[in-house]
Ligand binder design. Structure first.
Ligand SMILES: Cc1cc2nc3c(=O)[nH]c(=O)nc-3n(C[C@H](O)[C@H](O)[C@H](O)COP(=O)(O)O)c2cc1C
Length: 193
């Protein structure tokens, strides 16, 4: 198979986001692993808070349809998310909720989640590195959406001090765990293709 196409989605819009920084590093490592990688910003796909009345009236918003189409042309998706109150931030959950509602005529429910591999990463200035957010996100994707989420993941604790001037991870073990997760996603995505 040719280079697998991998989509990287940072789950924060904040200027100076630690997760955006980690997502940029994930993107670099994916390129080094010879993936064909695309990194987006959810700032380019604003969505209203999910509302069943809005959906009944107008269907899923065009940005949700676009995001689903974007996912559909990739073999793998790497989501890099903050942790809010020990769980997934609303931006990430709302985005997944809307995408889960987009369905082409005759398409099985949640089909776009089922034919590609997902990997997860998180960064936090706290000591858990966003680990609890990833547990919650794994539940949403695997149990809620039927996705394959690879077991390898990366959590960057004390994220405000974790990167060097070149935006690489200072800790060697952490840098290795990121490379391991990236390699595993590329391999899983290749099997999907
Ligand atoms: C509403 C809210 C709740 C938060 N809860 C947690 C938390 O449970 N665990 C944690 O490690 N950090 C928590 N944080 C701190 C975030 O990890 C921190 O703001 C981080 O910088 C956000 O990610 P970003 O830098 O990519 O925007 C919380 C932040 C906000 C705004």
């Amino acid at each position: 198979m040719s280079a697998p196409k991998i989509l990287v989605i940072p789950g924060s819009l904040r200027t100076g986001s630690h997760n955006a920084r980690l997502a940029a590093l994930v993107t670099k490592e994916l390129a080094l692993a010879e993936a064909d990688v695309t990194r987006i910003s959810l700032a380019d796909y604003p969505l209203p808070l999910y509302d069943g009345d809005l959906e009944a009236k107008s269907g899923a918003p065009p940005n949700a349809v676009q995001l689903k189409k974007m996912m559909a042309v990739h073999h793998g998706v790497f989501i890099v998310t903050p942790e809010y109150n020990a769980s997934v931030p609303p931006l990430v959950k709302n985005t997944i909720d809307w995408i889960s509602r987009v369905r082409e005529r005759g398409e099985a429910p949640l089909a776009v989640f089922k034919h590609r591999a997902f990997a997860l990463g998180a960064a936090s200035p706290g000591g858990f590195g966003g680990m609890r957010s990833l547990l919650a996100l794994r539940q949403v994707l695997e149990i809620g959406c039927g996705a394959l989420v690879i077991p390898e993941q990366v959590t960057v604790a004390r994220a405000d001090q974790a990167f060097d001037d070149m935006d690489n991870l200072k800790d060697e073990h952490l840098a290795t765990s990121l490379k391991t997760a990236v390699r595993a996603l590329v391999d899983a995505a290749q099997r999907m293709g």
